[in-house]
Design a protein around this ligand. Structure first.
Ligand SMILES: NC(=O)c1ccc[n+]([C@@H]2O[C@H](COP(=O)([O-])OP(=O)(O)OC[C@H]3O[C@@H](n4cnc5c(N)ncnc54)[C@H](OP(=O)(O)O)[C@@H]3O)[C@@H](O)[C@H]2O)c1
Length: 346
C-alpha cells in the first residue's frame, strides 16, 4: 500500500509518500481501507517537527491519529465487524472498553499515529474495540473530523464542565476546531447560552453563524467588559478554553461568575498563563483540565453529527500524497477549517 512515512524529524518534506507492506490484522483487530484522516497542529505537525518526543513516537512512523473508512479485513476472534462496514477510529488503543470477545488483544498499545501505525496510509489495522460504526448520511471526511474533535469537546462541556441548560458558556477560539464544536454542543445539545469569542472579527462572526447568542472579537474588544455587559454583570458559568493565550485568557478568567468552571484540553498558545487568584477564590471557581474523551460518549457524538446538531468545518480535502502541503497549511495558521487527507484520491 501507499503510506506517508516519517524516518526523521524535520520540515514537512520529511513526510515521504512510500510503498510499504499492507498491514495484516492480528487477533482482535480489523483492517480499515482509509478514506479520510485529519491533519492536526500538535499530534501531526509538532510530532513531525520533533517537538513532541515526550509522547514517545516510534520512528519510522506512519503518522495520522485518526481515520474513517471501510472494514476490509477482520482478524481472528472479532465478531462485531464485517467487511464493508463504514467505521472511524482514533486515539489510544486499545480502549479500556474492549468487550469480552476482544479482551485477548495482544497487539501494540498506545495512540495510532504515535506509538503504532496511523491513518496517513491506504490501510491501517486497529483493535476492533477502537472502531465505531458510522451512521448513514455522514461522509468519511466529516466522520474523521467528528472522531478527532467532537468527543473531546463533548467530554469537556458535558462531563467536565457539567454545563446545564440555561447556563452561559464563554467559548474561546470560536473559529477553531474545538471552539466551533464546543459552541454547537453547548447550544444544540445542552441548550445553554453561548458567548463566542475569537481573535478576529471573521472568526467571531463564524461563532454567531454556528449558533452562538453573542460574539466578542478579543483582538479589538475588552473581553472582560463585554462579557460582563452581556451577562448583566454576573459573568459566565463555564469558560471553555483550549488555547491558553497568555494575553487573552486572563481577561476571560475575570469574566467567570460565582461557582464558575474553567475547562481545557489544550494549551498551544501557552502553556503558562497568569490568572487572578483573588477572583478564583472569591468566585469559588473550579479549574479542570481533561485531555481525551470518554468512550461511551462517542456514539452520542456521531448521532449528534448525523442529526445536524454538530457540523464540522472542513477547509480542504487533499490526496494523501500531498501530506507535506497539508502540514504547511496547518503550520501557516491560515486554514479556517480542518485539512483532511484522502488516500483514495492518490
Ligand atoms: N486533548 C485532546 O483530546 C485534544 C483533542 C483535540 C485538540 N486538543 C488540543 O486543543 C487545542 C485546540 O485544538 P484545536 O484543533 O481547536 O486548535 P485550532 O483550531 O488549530 O486553534 C484554535 C484557536 O487557537 C487560536 N490560535 C491558533 N494558533 C495560535 C497561536 N499561535 N497563538 C495564539 N492563538 C492561536 C486561534 O484562535 P483565535 O486566534 O481566534 O484566538 C484558533 O482558532 C490544541 O492545543 C490541541 O492540541 C486536544
Amino acid at each position: 500500500m501507499q503510506a506517508i512515512v516519517i524516518h526523521r524529524y524535520g520540515p514537512p518534506d520529511v513526510l515521504r509518500y512510500e510503498t510499504v507492506p499492507d498491514p495484516q490484522p492480528r487477533a482482535g483487530e480489523i483492517r480499515i481501507a482509509i478514506h479520510a484522516a485529519t491533519v492536526n497542529r500538535v499530534l501531526d505537525v509538532n510530532v513531525r517537527a520533533g517537538k513532541e518526543t515526550a509522547r514517545g513516537p516510534t520512528l519510522p512512523l506512519i503518522p495520522g491519529v485518526d481515520c474513517a473508512g471501510v472494514v476490509d479485513a477482520v482478524g481472528s476472534g472479532v465478531s462485531r465487524w464485517r467487511k464493508g462496514m463504514r467505521v472511524a477510529a482514533a486515539g489510544v488503543m486499545p480502549l479500556d472498553l474492549c468487550p469480552e470477545d476482544e479482551a485477548g488483544y495482544a497487539g501494540p498499545m498506545g495512540m495510532m499515529g504515535i506509538k503504532r501505525p496511523g491513518g496517513f496510509a491506504e490501510m491501517v489495522a486497529v483493535p476492533a474495540c477502537a472502531a465505531i460504526e458510522l451512521p448513514a448520511g455522514l461522509d468519511f471526511h466529516h466522520a474523521a473530523v467528528v472522531m478527532r474533535h467532537v468527543p473531546t469537546a463533548w467530554n469537556l462541556m458535558c462531563n467536565v464542565a457539567e454545563l446545564k441548560a440555561g447556563e452561559t458558556a464563554l467559548v474561546m477560539g470560536a473559529g477553531g476546531n474545538l471552539g466551533s464544536i464546543g459552541i454547537q454542543i453547548a447550544k444544540n445539545v445542552i441548550g445553554a447560552k453561548v458567548i463566542a469569542a475569537a481573535g478576529s472579527a471573521e472568526r467571531a462572526q463564524l461563532g454567531l453563524a454556528l449558533g452562538a447568542d453573542h460574539a466578542v472579537d478579543y483582538s479589538t474588544q475588552d473581553l472582560t467588559a463585554e462579557v460582563l455587559k452581556l451577562t448583566g454583570g454576573k459573568g459566565v458559568d463555564v469558560l471553555y478554553d483550549n488555547i491558553a493565550n497568555p494575553k487573552v485568557l486572563p481577561q476571560a478568567f475575570r469574566a467567570i461568575g460565582f461557582g464558575g468552571r474553567l475547562v481545557t484540553a489544550g494549551a498551544h498558545a501557552g502553556p503558562n498563563v497568569t490568572i487572578d487568584f483573588a477572583h478564583l477564590y472569591h468566585k469559588q471557581i473550579t479549574i479542570k483540565g481533561r485531555p481525551g474523551y470518554h468512550p461511551p460518549d462517542v456514539p452520542k457524538c456521531f448521532a449528534a453529527a448525523a442529526a445536524g446538531k454538530v457540523k464540522t468545518q472542513i477547509e480542504r480535502i487533499l490526496p494523501l500524497s500531498r501530506a507535506a502541503e497539508a502540514h504547511r497549511l496547518v503550520e501557516s495558521g491560515e486554514s479556517r477549517g480542518k485539512i483532511v487527507l484522502d488516500p483514495t484520491l492518490g
